[in-house]
Design a protein around this ligand. Structure first.
Ligand SMILES: Cc1cc2nc3c(=O)[nH]c(=O)nc-3n(C[C@H](O)[C@H](O)[C@H](O)COP(=O)(O)OP(=O)(O)OC[C@H]3O[C@@H](n4cnc5c(N)ncnc54)[C@H](O)[C@@H]3O)c2cc1C
Ligand SMILES: O=C(O)[C@@H]1CCCCN1
Length: 387
């Protein structure tokens, strides 16, 4: 094999591509991970200090993946010798009789997951400094917590490299030629491989256009807001304050969620689970702050211990599918091109499993999980394949 020939090429060194490369290397494959920007960078979806990890989901298929996923995160922690997970628990709140709250609750019950239900009387004892809505139900997913995202991305890439994997950063893919050997062109030349995995985050459709496939993906900019505690530590991980998700919160069309103060002492991250459409190459031209207004009102009402003006603002992007489920599938016309896309703002925690199944697909193996919820076919009325 020449230095430009690989068993598999992965395009995009976000969390999904990095874990795919990691699993390929663990399988003894010669893998190349190509990234358009110099690493690390803050232009995609995987940067930043923290993400939520949880088993609480509306659908069983996500909950089922999390069992092994927690183990794989722990394995990466020990391989890289770095702490990636902090257990905090996750408070799930929402109208008790509402559809979403009931879906979360029933998944927890059906799967017998460790849960603490908080009635109105226990709530303020366990969750101080939060004004609960009358009529809201609340429970805690006790194994949930925080993942240290930047560290995790670096760790997956380091282990990949230590296993002989090659990462080429600052190398933007400008063309893909499908075939039994796929050719991938960057400014530095042409690479070839038996299979190709495309994990390009917000740029998925730009890359897929070289293969005449278009997926119904919406790219949105997320304002990542940190709010100052009036009393430092009032909502801190050290004081056992949990992550939270508030579903169907009044006046908000999408979830509002937060992580305890931890990475930036004295600041709690509280965000809106949606944003406004953006071009990933021009992200910060999108200046919509309607979400911040919603959050300020929410914080005034529910988190009296936070100053309701963001102290720190960062930016990130979601790539959203119509049903908010991922795309984990083979290309409909080229079976050796594998697509991981549309992680819809909740894909980070699944990185180790997404990487595992994309690696399995790339190697022609039967995937370890039922991937039917993630098939491209479900968009048949949306996707335009010119082939
Ligand atoms: C604010 C925010 C909060 C979130 N919270 C959570 C959470 O609490 N829990 C959770 O589980 N998930 C969460 N997520 C979602 C999670 O972070 C994403 O689902 C995940 O990071 C997506 O990773 P990715 O690898 O698909 O994309 P990316 O990280 O965007 O990676 C794609 C990579 O491909 C590269 N690329 C693109 N085009 C090319 C090209 N032509 N050539 C070479 N390289 C290319 C890009 O530069 C990029 O590095 C959150 C996301 C955001 C934005
Ligand atoms: O994936 C998660 O756990 C969070 C939930 C809230 C919105 C952002 N993503």
């Amino acid at each position: 094999m020449s230095s430009r020939d690989f068993d598999c090429i992965v395009i995009g060194a976000g969390i999904q591509g990095s874990f795919t490369a990691y699993h390929l290397a663990k399988n003894g494959k010669k893998a190349l991970l190509l990234e358009q920007f110099f690493l690390p960078h803050s232009r995609g979806s995987s940067h930043g200090q923290t993400r939520i990890i949880r088993k609480a989901y509306e659908q069983d298929f996500y909950t089922h993946m999390m069992e092994e996923c927690f183990q794989l995160w722990a394995q990466l922690e020990s391989e890289a010798g770095v702490k990636l997970y902090r257990r905090t628990g996750l408070l799930l709140m929402g109208p008790e009789k509402g559809r979403e709250f009931q879906l979360f609750k029933s998944t927890m019950e059906r799967n017998r997951l460790p849960t603490v239900t908080l009635g109105p009387a226990d709530f303020s004892q366990h969750i101080p400094n939060v004004n609960r809505n009358p009529g809201d139900g609340a429970f805690v997913d006790t194994t949930a917590g925080v993942l240290y995202a930047d560290r995790a991305l670096r760790a997956a890439q380091e282990v990949f490299r230590s296993l002989g994997g090659v990462i080429m950063d600052g190398e933007k893919v400008v063309d893909i030629k499908p075939g039994p050997l796929v050719s991938v062109t960057t400014a530095s030349g042409v690479y070839r491989a038996k299979s190709l995995v495309i994990t390009a985050g917000p740029w998925a459709n730009t890359l897929l256009s070289h293969t005449h496939l278009h997926l119904p993906l919406q790219v949105v900019k997320i304002n990542v807001c940190y709010w100052r505690e009036r009393t430092p530590g009032a909502y801190s991980a050290g004081n056992r304050f949990p992550c939270f998700i508030h579903v169907e919160a009044e006046g908000a069309g999408h979830h509002i969620y937060g992580l305890p103060s931890n990475e930036y002492p004295g600041l709690m991250k509280v965000c809106y689970h949606m944003g406004s459409e953006t071009d990933p190459d021009d992200r910060d031209r999108q200046m919509d702050r309607g979400d911040i207004d919603i959050l300020s009102r929410y914080i005034t009402r529910h988190f009296p211990g936070l100053v309701p003006v963001p102290a720190v603002l960062e930016s990130c992007m979601y790539t959203v599918t119509p049903d908010h489920h991922f795309v984990l599938d083979r290309h409909p016309s080229h079976s050796n091109i594998i697509i991981g896309a549309g992680f819809s703002g909740h894909g980070f925690k699944f990185g180790p499993i997404v990487g595992k199944v994309l690696c399995e697909l790339a190697l022609g193996q039967v995937p370890s999980y039922d991937l039917s919820p993630f098939k491209i076919q479900r968009f048949s009325s949306h996707s335009k394949s010119a082939l």
